[in-house]
Design a protein around this ligand. Structure first.
Ligand code: PAF
Length: 245
């Protein structure tokens, strides 16, 4: 029977029991509103560990002031049912005060250069917040392995750097992207797309495939980028912002 715990103390009891019986622990950190991508992470963790812990916590410190923290989709009853269906043993679903007590001081982790490009370029502080919550989750659950989706490739790279630089005694397992039938990567935020945006969204994956194929064929990054750009412009109403690195 899966357990749902909401306090650090209750989680610590479960972790202590697992450690005492020499059980391996797999951690699947999530912000909830689970989709097949999360469930694949949990299934992979299930196959590789004795105990699977899934955290469900919409982490305020990784949202910018104008981002969607308040409106981020949440549905704990549905999430716990789904987690149980894929064999999760413990769901850790704390509230904000539990994770960040008001008396906490100002010690923060700072993601380095890796956070200045791609998504990080337009979301200052986002990856610092991710590192803050993930490092806490690592300390609280002491996992042997932690599972992240390849969809968030920059996040995975930055967390792997933290694990290396701070000597966390665990293995990061990266699980392939799960896609909708038309190629759109599954994501909790896909619910924000309007009907027409949802129809246009697979063009992003198509454009990436075109760019990859083009680059593999002739090694020319500029023409690969041009093909991706042309595809998105032809198929969508998206505003294209090309950042040069
Ligand atoms: O990828 C996510 O859902 C979040 O960034 C994570 C890793 C659960 C940290 O809040």
């Amino acid at each position: 029977m899966m357990k749902v715990v909401t306090t650090i103390q209750a989680l610590a009891k479960e972790i202590q029991a697992a450690k005492q019986s020499q059980k391996t622990i797999g951690l699947v950190p999530t912000m909830g509103y689970l989709h097949e991508g999360h469930l694949t992470l949990a299934q992979t963790a299930r196959a590789e560990n004795d105990v699977v812990v899934m955290s469900i916590f919409v982490n305020p410190t990784q949202f910018g002031p104008n981002e969607d923290f308040e409106s981020y989709p949440r549905d704990l009853p549905r999430d716990t049912a789904l987690a149980e269906s894929v064999g999760v043993d413990i769901v850790f679903a704390p509230n904000v005060e539990e994770m960040y007590p008001p008396q906490d001081g100002g010690i923060r982790l700072h993601a380095g250069e890796q956070a200045t490009i791609l998504c990080g370029a337009s979301r200052p502080g986002h990856f610092d917040g991710v590192l803050q919550v993930v490092s806490k989750l690592f300390h609280l659950t002491m996992p042997n392995r932690a599972y992240f989706g390849q969809k968030d490739a920059q996040q995975v790279a930055i967390i792997a750097t933290m694990v290396r630089d701070f000597n966390f005694p665990l293995e990061i397992r990266v699980v392939p992207i799960v896609r909708e039938e038309d190629g759109l990567a599954k994501s909790s935020r896909n619910v924000y797309l309007s009907g027409s945006e949802r129809q246009e969204a697979p063009a992003i994956n198509e454009a990436l495939q075109l760019a990859r194929d083009s680059f593999l064929a002739n090694g020319d990054a500029d023409s690969a980028l041009a093909k991706a750009k042309a595809h998105i412009q032809a198929r969508t109403h998206a505003e294209l912002i090309i950042l040069n690195y």
